[in-house]
Design a protein around this ligand. Structure first.
Ligand SMILES: Cc1cc2nc3c(=O)[nH]c(=O)nc-3n(C[C@H](O)[C@H](O)[C@H](O)COP(=O)(O)O)c2cc1C
Length: 193
């Protein structure tokens, strides 16, 4: 059994939901998992974990300050163990060449700024939560969204996250960590030899 940290930063909760799903998938493989909001924990003991997964959304073209600081402050500990990074953005939801390039650019800028080299990286579509935005944020979001999502309800909530992709990522990261640390995942039934 491995101990795995899923540390995330979220604005309106979509990255938290993805982090929870990643944690559930990893836990189902028999590992001990802590899913933690970086913004609520002042000191996370990365050294206590066998592997670390970091998740963050994009707001105004950037990842949050807190997630950047978390990675910078713990870079040495992160480098010493299996790690993965996942990002949520609208750019990844657009399903266009420009969107793919934009989302990849956010990842590249983040990894360059933090000088971190995670073993696995995933980019997921995020969500639009017009029902949760205040007046100004709603205005800004309508401008950011522009004509990219003509079918989106400008007052309601729309989720673009592909949950099958999220689960595949979580399994891939867990399998990689198991291989690196030398752990056999728990069998799914008790009918072993
Ligand atoms: C104020 C605001 C600004 C955003 N800016 C961008 C952006 O510049 N590029 C982008 O691709 N997505 C942008 N998004 C989309 C978010 O990345 C997406 O809504 C994501 O699901 C947010 O996840 P969270 O709820 O965990 O913060 C923005 C969202 C908000 C609310």
């Amino acid at each position: 059994m491995l101990s795995i940290l899923v540390a995330y930063a979220t604005g309106e909760g979509q990255t938290a939901a993805v982090a929870d799903r990643v944690g559930a998938v990893v836990e189902a493989r028999g590992h001990a998992v802590d899913v933690v909001d970086i913004g609520r924990e002042s000191a996370l003991a990365v050294d206590d974990y066998d592997a670390v997964i970091v998740g963050s959304s994009i707001h105004y073209g950037r990842h949050g300050k807190r997630v950047r600081r978390f990675v910078r402050d713990n870079r040495e500990a992160l480098t010493a163990r299996p790690t993965a990074f996942f990002q949520l953005s609208l750019a990844s939801a657009a399903d266009t060449e420009e969107g793919v390039e934009e989302a990849a650019g956010y990842v590249e800028a983040f990894l360059e700024a933090t000088d971190w080299h995670p073993d696995r990286i995933a980019q997921f579509g995020g969500a639009l939560r017009y029902s949760k935005y205040g007046f100004l944020k709603r205005l800004m979001m309508r401008r950011i969204v522009g004509d990219d999502f003509p079918d989106v309800d400008p007052h309601g909530d729309t989720e673009f996250t592909d949950w099958a992709e999220v689960e595949a990522f979580a399994n891939d990261v867990a399998a990689f960590a198991e291989g690196r640390v030398g752990v056999v995942p728990r069998p799914s039934t008790d009918d072993g030899p």
